[in-house]
Design a protein around this ligand. Structure first.
Ligand SMILES: *[C@@H]1O[C@H](CO)[C@@H](O)[C@H](O)[C@H]1NC(C)=O
Ligand SMILES: *[C@@H]1O[C@H](CO)[C@@H](O)[C@H](O)[C@H]1NC(C)=O
Ligand SMILES: *[C@@H]1O[C@H](CO)[C@@H](O)[C@H](O)[C@H]1NC(C)=O
Length: 541
């Protein structure tokens, strides 16, 4: 009888989610009716859907849902339910009977999670995308007002509030031609002819300037070189098996410093540099684009003797050095090699940069790296869908599956100590280019210059479910599962003290989730089939 009494009391204070209207501009959806595909949202000079974050009042939550069936940041609201002291006196229950609450409610497909707010893990730096030449070229195809819409929808207060950018130092494959700075004169060890390229002035710098102007927080920029000038390399070519000639180790460190100086002239501060993009590509050459190889021990030698001291003894001494910048499965080997060569190389680095591709090795490897190198941050610096030879589509417009893959990967990374996640090209054309090496891939935003419009794919919203609602300084907290089934999830506590949860329903059926935020307080939410839900809870009562 006690249980029944409690059941009735619980029911009376249980208020489900309800859905008032909101003043955001809705997604202007386009559906080409390809079976199994979702929708895209179309933006142009005059229109782009917006999302404003609502602050939940004490004891309430705001939820945002995107789904395969076409919802995009749809808002809903609810309250934190609690078994208060009064009810407990009445029912004379004790907390040990708490689990009977769940069973008495007979939730179907129920998942019960407990957010352990006092069990804090890493602090979040942020989320963002990359300002490549290809992104800039596509962006520049748009009219001035459509260009603003595009940057606003990524960085602005009514957009995803991105606060991170990655920018290539000189060219990458997402350029119209392969190039580096200071290509001539040959063997110019002192870098007397270092100058930025047309692409910096026309595309990258203006794009970064607009991002900074629109952003709601400091935009932290990570810069990466794909290749040195070819005269520094053993194979004297832009790609293939080639490493830095030892006599140019210092020049290649200086090559990075010169970039920091040149961008500083435009008031662009570089927050971090990585130790070269995907060093394995110049050691096991399986790709045909800009690369520079580093064997693990070589990389250790260069960081310990050249890059590390050069950065630390310069006025850019606070620039972070992020090592490896490659797929997660090679990172342990490279770090061990560096350490073995010279432990100072590990002292000089501030963190480790990780890429998204071919992740057959589970993300728990990242937790092991964190444990072995405590004090180093883990940052995901590159991700895109469609790059693999076996990918059926380079660009798969309207794909929810790709949004789902992004979501799964971000959740796995954040649950394994990653502090931030930077997407690859901010935008591309409908073929996934331009790319001089024909290495076309997908992007969250595709630009149709001739129509002066751009479309936002489901991947854009997947990223937004994190970037918009997990501000810099949030701390990831432990979530424990109290049911036999679960859904992929992450929970953070924001600097204001709210709890933000991202829940991913990969099931094709509805799933009910009860989230306990303390022994006695919880919320109930319903996850629609194939959906992502972000919930911001104000836990104060
Ligand atoms: C409530 O529980 C306490 C001990 O847990 C017991 O002493 C008390 O008699 C109970 N009161 C009622 C009304 O059941
Ligand atoms: C300096 O670089 C430019 C290309 O940026 C090149 O045209 C010029 O010849 C170089 N100068 C020398 C002295 O090599
Ligand atoms: C960088 O240099 C400045 C001025 O010389 C110094 O105050 C600061 O502590 C240095 N920072 C680091 C991280 O070495």
């Amino acid at each position: 009888m006690k249980t029944l009494k409690l059941f009735i009391i619980t029911l009376t204070i249980l208020i489900g989610e309800f859905k008032p209207g909101n003043c955001d501009l809705p997604c202007r959806a386009r559906d080409v009716g390809i079976e199994g595909r979702s929708i895209v949202c179309v933006c142009d000079a005059n229109y782009c859907d917006t999302i404003t974050k609502e602050t939940p009042a004490k004891g309430t939550f705001v939820a945002y849902t995107s789904s395969n069936d076409g919802k995009r940041f749809e808002k809903s609201y609810g309250v934190v339910n609690g078994i208060g002291a009064a009810q407990y006196e009445l029912s004379n229950e004790s907390t040990q009977d708490d689990d009977s609450i769940e069973s008495s409610l007979c939730i179907k497909n129920n998942v019960i999670l407990r957010v352990m707010t006092s069990s804090k893990k890493q602090t979040i730096e942020g989320f963002g995308g990359s300002v490549t030449d290809a992104a800039g070229i596509n962006w520049r195809k748009l009219s001035a007002s459509a260009q603003e819409q595009l940057m606003n929808t990524y960085f602005g207060p009514e957009g995803l509030e991105y606060n991170m950018i990655r920018v290539p130092i000189a060219g990458a494959d997402f350029s119209t031609h392969p190039y580096t700075y200071n290509e001539l004169p040959w063997n110019d060890a002192a870098l007397t002819n270092y100058s930025l390229s047309r692409e910096d002035f026309d595309y990258k710098i203006p794009m970064i300037e607009m991002a900074k102007a629109m952003a709601t927080d400091e935009v932290k920029i990570t810069a990466t070189a794909w290749s040195s000038p070819i005269w520094m390399k053993t194979n004297e070519a832009i790609t293939g098996f080639g490493q830095i000639k030892p006599e140019f180790y210092q020049s290649y460190a200086d090559y990075h410093m010169r970039f920091l100086e040149e961008y500083e002239k435009f008031n662009i501060k570089i927050w971090a540099i990585t130790t070269t993009n995907e060093p394995i590509n110049g050691v096991v050459p399986t790709v045909n684009f800009n690369s520079l190889g580093w064997f693990p021990r070589q990389l250790g030698r260069w960081v310990a003797n050249n890059l590390g001291p050069t950065v630390r003894n310069s006025r850019f001494n606070e620039t972070l050095i992020l090592a490896v910048d490659d797929q997660r499965y090679i990172i342990p080997i490279w770090l061990r090699g560096m350490e073995k060569e010279d432990p100072k190389s590990i002292e000089y680095i501030d963190g480790i940069a990780i890429h998204y591709y071919g992740n057959f090795m589970p993300a728990t490897v990242l937790t092991r790296i964190q444990k072995r190198y405590p004090g180093k941050i883990l940052l995901s610096t590159e991700a895109c869908e469609g790059p693999m030879p076996w990918d059926k589509y380079k660009v798969e417009v309207w794909s929810w599956d790709r949004a789902s893959k992004y979501t799964r990967s971000i959740l796995e990374d954040l649950n394994n100590f990653v502090v931030g996640w930077i997407d690859w090209n901010l935008c591309l054309d409908e073929n996934g280019g331009p790319n001089w090496a024909h290495n076309y891939v997908d992007a969250p935003v595709l630009v149709y210059g001739e129509r002066d419009e751009f479309i936002k794919q489901p991947m854009y919203y997947a990223l937004g479910h994190f970037s918009k609602f997990i501000p810099r300084g949030s701390q990831v907290v432990e979530v424990s599962r109290m049911s036999t089934t679960t859904v992929p999830n992450i929970a953070v506590v924001t600097p204001e003290g709210n709890i933000v949860l991202v829940l991913h329903n990969t099931n094709t059926y509805e799933t009910n989730v009860r989230v306990r935020i303390s022994a006695l307080r919880y919320i109930d939410v319903v996850l629609e089939p194939e959906s992502i839900k972000t919930v911001e809870i104000n836990p104060n009562s």
